[in-house]
Design a protein around this ligand. Structure first.
Ligand SMILES: *[C@@H]1O[C@H](CO)[C@@H](O)[C@H](O)[C@H]1NC(C)=O
Ligand SMILES: *[C@@H]1O[C@H](CO)[C@@H](O)[C@H](O)[C@H]1NC(C)=O
Ligand SMILES: *[C@@H]1O[C@H](CO)[C@@H](O)[C@H](O)[C@H]1NC(C)=O
Ligand SMILES: *[C@@H]1O[C@H](CO)[C@@H](O)[C@H](O)[C@H]1NC(C)=O
Ligand SMILES: *[C@@H]1O[C@H](CO)[C@@H](O)[C@H](O)[C@H]1NC(C)=O
Ligand SMILES: *[C@@H]1O[C@H](CO)[C@@H](O)[C@H](O)[C@H]1NC(C)=O
Ligand SMILES: *[C@@H]1O[C@H](CO)[C@@H](O)[C@H](O)[C@H]1NC(C)=O
Ligand SMILES: *[C@@H]1O[C@H](CO)[C@@H](O)[C@H](O)[C@H]1NC(C)=O
Ligand SMILES: *[C@@H]1O[C@H](CO)[C@@H](O)[C@H](O)[C@H]1NC(C)=O
Ligand SMILES: *[C@@H]1O[C@H](CO)[C@@H](O)[C@H](O)[C@H]1NC(C)=O
Ligand SMILES: *[C@@H]1O[C@H](CO)[C@@H](O)[C@H](O)[C@H]1NC(C)=O
Ligand SMILES: *[C@@H]1O[C@H](CO)[C@@H](O)[C@H](O)[C@H]1NC(C)=O
Length: 816
């Protein structure tokens, strides 16, 4: 089910679930019987009356009572004293209770076929049915050899409750103890709309329900004493499918009912205060479900109630969950997190009705949300599975029960009801909606990007493929990062940048990642970190390196990217032993990076300016495909506001736009300039700043300019390439590269033009040289400009040597 539908429902339901929180619950009707006993039994402060002295509940008071020998080894069972005696019922008999408050009541029946010392009865052979108000609670029931409490909730609208015990032929019935107590009507929702099949209106008002499982996550028992409604919650350990993936947590004090009433009846503190969560240290990529498996009778509908309470100590972030019942989605990206800062620790529950067909296994899965920004976490505090009486009023098929019901309607009914406690609930809902709306807007924005590409490009449709959702970014626990990088082992360092060191890491699911770890942070580091995450999560493109996650725990600033097998473009151009790239490869790399930049400049209304385009920020994957990286300096531009004089010029020397340096005017044309420098780096195979060269040739741009003036531009070509390139291709390439380096931004082409021209150059280089289209919307068409022609003025930037003489620290000293 989509979250949208879920949201629609919220309106329907929220009106009815502002549950008034009662003061310590005092049931109006409260019948507790210790059947067959001659003495009253106290279980803590509840007294179960002996029913031998006073038979007025039972229609056939002459029925025999039996008791167990004192040596019964069941004392470890809760309420064990109730299981020592039993009432035998050998013909149809009624228990009748007068009802003072109409509405929902719990009926709890205690059964334990203890061995008798002597007598005509063997309790293990008992077989009988129990019905009440037209509902068959038990049919041909034969008690197991362990103590059991069967619990039902019935809406009693008459002044009497009659429980009829009917022995099966040639058999008899027995009962150890019995409770009939009123419970708050709000505990069972009145009605639930079927979401997938709108005609199905699932009315619970008059239905009987049987509790088949009531489980406290965190693997801890909650005894009836700790529950305002005396419900027994069983530990979840036995139902867990992958118990090596989970972690039990407990923090009772973290639970905040907000209404200030600790007697809230939906579930007690001790249920909300413990939880089973995914062990995220174990698997940081955390694309996991936490699953519990329950055996339930097929053919019935079930009301499944999920109890949540965010009690996990963690950095503030969103906690979002995907919830499934047998692979059917119950809720997607359910937000339990800190959208609303006040709801941390607020209990929340969610109901779903599902019809179970098939093999009688109900898998309950809580999965981590793939939504960006969601903490990789899955948590569940409690779970109740209530069987809903079928259309014949039958709740339980006995041992020989018919299974005709399985052949009934196969239609899946999935009904969601959302309820929670009071105002907290509304807050959470508002949070969810806010989040959904936000997400919608974000989606919209992405789809308009796609439109841009489909209308603009031919080839580019497929370029815009968003990375699969599984690649979306996550907030990673620090422990996972530490593990992935072998405690930031120096041997795994693959790069050092202005931000800090970059490590190669292996997530426990085997994914290889690049982990950029911020140096002990400055304020500036934090803002660059945020910028980078924001940019990378909003702008996803085949030619932009993709974000896998980040971590900001304990003063660490860590960004996790996809690992780029072949490292930086720079390493492939010079200063390493790597095999030299041929011209075609270089052209393809130039085209790929141009595409990434073009996407940044055009995909949203305001251009995104990278501000740090350089060969060290162009990474190559295993197929030598280029991706632009390092968005820490990116800015949503253009930034022409000259009042911010203090804004330091940022970027890397050798690549800086002279116009930006002198006038602090930042536009996307600054990226174009830097890209022009990269283009010559690619063509020349030399560093942008090479201190070993004579003065005036230290800078690549000056050097190119110098040879250009001398009319011998061929001299600058990478010697490896000389004679291995088609001249038309190089000519085209140099022509557009020169234009990128124009002194004034307005004279430079757009990245779109650069891209188009580079593709021409690639076509010219290709064996089947077709004559490229000449028309171009920006006027940068194909011309026959040779190397020795062209305007020198276009070529000369601000005298770079002025800057370099001061700052040549390394080939790429950074001013950050
Ligand atoms: C059990 O308790 C009830 C009410 O407190 C009392 O009336 C009754 O006499 C007690 N029965 C026995 C057997 O103690
Ligand atoms: C049922 O129990 C009563 C009392 O013990 C006994 O008198 C009667 O014969 C029994 N009836 C059957 C059918 O066993
Ligand atoms: C039990 O109650 C049902 C319905 O209230 C009634 O029809 C039946 O006669 C009663 N049986 C006995 C043995 O009292
Ligand atoms: C009671 O019945 C059960 C199941 O039929 C059987 O296993 C057990 O031995 C019987 N106990 C006695 C004391 O006859
Ligand atoms: C119980 O049933 C009555 C009559 O059908 C209905 O008015 C009432 O709302 C129901 N109560 C609950 C809690 O479902
Ligand atoms: C549960 O009940 C026991 C005794 O009734 C009490 O000592 C304990 O503190 C309770 N636990 C919680 C979590 O309320
Ligand atoms: C859950 O607790 C029980 C004891 O109550 C223990 O035997 C079991 O191993 C626990 N389960 C897990 C998965 O730890
Ligand atoms: C439990 O929650 C409280 C309240 O939020 C918090 O102060 C405390 O540190 C938590 N305790 C543990 C052990 O996490
Ligand atoms: C519970 O939450 C409310 C606000 O929702 C807050 O005012 C109150 O201090 C919280 N109580 C505790 C114990 O944290
Ligand atoms: C429940 O999970 C188990 C194991 O993952 C799977 O084999 C089974 O088919 C699932 N059952 C249903 C009804 O989805
Ligand atoms: C979790 O389980 C649901 C339903 O079986 C499935 O659709 C989903 O892909 C699972 N999620 C993960 C991360 O395994
Ligand atoms: C349940 O139904 C199936 C086929 O519909 C049948 O083979 C099977 O024997 C039935 N089981 C019982 C206990 O009636």
């Amino acid at each position: 089910m989509e979250f949208g539908k879920f949201r629609l429902l919220i309106w329907v339901i929220s009106t009815m679930c502002l549950i008034k929180c009662s003061i310590q619950f005092q049931p109006i009707d409260n019948y507790l019987l210790d059947c067959g006993s001659t003495t009253n039994s106290s279980i803590r402060d509840r007294v179960f009356l002996a029913d031998t002295s006073d038979y007025h509940f039972l229609s056939n008071p002459e029925q025999e009572s039996v008791s167990a020998s004192n040596s019964q080894p069941i004392s470890s069972i809760y309420g064990s004293s109730l299981y020592r005696t039993a009432r035998i019922v050998n013909k149809t008999s009624n228990y009748t209770f007068s009802i003072n408050q109409h509405g929902r009541h719990f009926i709890r029946l205690y059964f334990f076929p203890f061995p008798l010392n002597a007598g005509t009865y063997n309790l293990s052979t008992a077989r009988f049915s129990v019905s009440a108000h037209g509902f068959t609670l038990l049919r041909n029931f034969q008690p197991d050899s362990t103590p059991v409490v069967k619990e039902y909730s019935l809406n009693i609208t008459s002044d009497e409750l009659v429980l009829t015990f009917t022995p099966s032929p040639n058999s008899f019935a027995f009962l150890n103890a019995l409770e009939v107590i009123s419970h708050p009507d709000e505990l069972i929702p009145i009605t639930a709309k079927a979401v997938e099949l709108p005609r199905n209106h699932h009315n619970l008002m008059t239905q009987a329900l049987q509790t088949v499982f009531r489980v406290n996550m965190g693997n801890q028992t909650v005894l009836p004493d700790n529950d305002t409604l005396w419900r027994h919650w069983y530990p979840d350990g036995t139902f867990m499918k992958y118990n090596n993936l989970v972690q039990f947590v407990s923090n009772i004090t973290a639970v905040n009912y907000t209404t200030g009433d600790p007697a809230f009846d939906i579930a007690p503190l001790s249920v909300y205060g413990t939880a089973t969560k995914l062990n995220t240290q174990y698997n940081p990529s955390a694309l996991l479900n936490n699953t519990w498996s329950f055996n339930v009778a097929p053919g019935f509908s079930y009301l499944v109630r999920f109890h949540f309470c965010d009690i996990i100590e963690r950095p503030p972030s969103q906690l979002m969950l995907n919830i499934y019942l047998n692979s059917m989605s119950v809720a997607k990206d359910l937000n339990l997190g800190e959208e609303m800062p006040n709801v941390w620790g607020a209990p929340f529950y969610l109901d779903a009705v599902t019809k179970l067909n098939g093999n009688g296994i109900l898998n309950v899965s809580i999965g981590t949300s793939l939504a960006f920004g969601s903490y990789p976490e899955s948590i569940l505090n409690g779970l109740e599975i209530l069987k809903i009486s079928d259309s014949n009023g039958i709740l339980e098929d006995g041992a020989t029960g018919v299974n005709s019901s399985t052949s009934r309607s196969n239609s899946k009914i999935l009904v969601i009801i959302v309820s929670a406690c009071g105002a907290v609930f509304v807050l959470v809902l508002l949070g969810c909606m806010f989040f959904v709306i936000n997400r919608r807007n974000r989606r919209k924005r992405k789809s308009s990007n796609e439109e841009y590409f489909t209308t603009n490009g031919t080839k580019e449709n497929d370029e815009n493929t968003l990375f699969s959702r599984s690649k979306m970014g996550y907030r990673f626990p620090l422990g996972a990062v530490i593990e992935a990088t072998d405690r930031f082992s120096e041997s795994l360092v693959i790069g050092i940048g202005g931000f800090g060191k970059v490590y190669k890491g292996i997530l426990s699911d085997g994914t290889i990642v690049a982990v950029k770890r911020g140096a002990p942070q400055s304020h500036q580091g934090v803002s660059e970190f945020q910028t980078e995450i924001e940019m990378l999560s909003q702008f996803r493109h085949r030619h932009l390196v993709s974000l896998i996650g980040y971590c900001d725990e304990k003063n660490e600033l860590i960004i996790i990217y996809e690992y780029m097998e072949n490292g930086t473009l720079k390493n492939h151009l010079y200063g390493s032993d790597l095999p030299k790239l041929n011209w075609k490869q270089r052209l393809e790399i130039a085209i790929g990076s141009a595409r990434g930049l073009h996407y940044l400049h055009t995909s949203s209304q305001l251009a995104i300016i990278h501000r740090d385009v350089k060969s060290a920020n162009i990474l190559l994957d295993e197929n030598m495909m280029a991706k632009v990286a390092d968005f820490g300096l990116s800015k949503i531009g253009p930034d022409l506001d000259k009042t911010h004089v203090s804004t330091a010029v940022k970027g890397s020397f050798g690549y800086l736009d002279p116009e930006y340096m002198t006038r602090q005017q930042l536009t996307e044309k600054s990226d174009v300039y830097s890209f022009g420098v990269v283009m010559f780096e690619i063509l020349c195979g030399r560093p942008v700043i090479d201190p070993s060269r004579p003065r005036g040739m230290v800078s690549l741009v000056e050097w190119v300019n110098e040879w250009r003036k001398r009319g011998e531009l061929e001299k600058v070509f990478d010697p490896f390439l000389v004679g291995k390139m088609k001249m038309e291709s190089v000519r085209k390439y140099v022509e557009i590269g020169e234009k990128c380096l124009a002194e004034n931004g307005v004279d430079r082409p757009t990245m779109g033009d650069v891209l188009w021209n580079l593709e021409c150059a690639l076509q010219l280089e290709g064996s089947e040289v077709k004559s490229p289209r000449v028309e171009s919307d920006s006027g940068v068409g194909v011309s026959s400009t040779g190397f020795n022609e062209g305007s020198v003025g276009d070529f000369v930037g601000v005298s770079m040597s002025r800057v370099f003489s001061e700052m040549v620290k390394g080939e790429e000293g950074e001013m950050r």
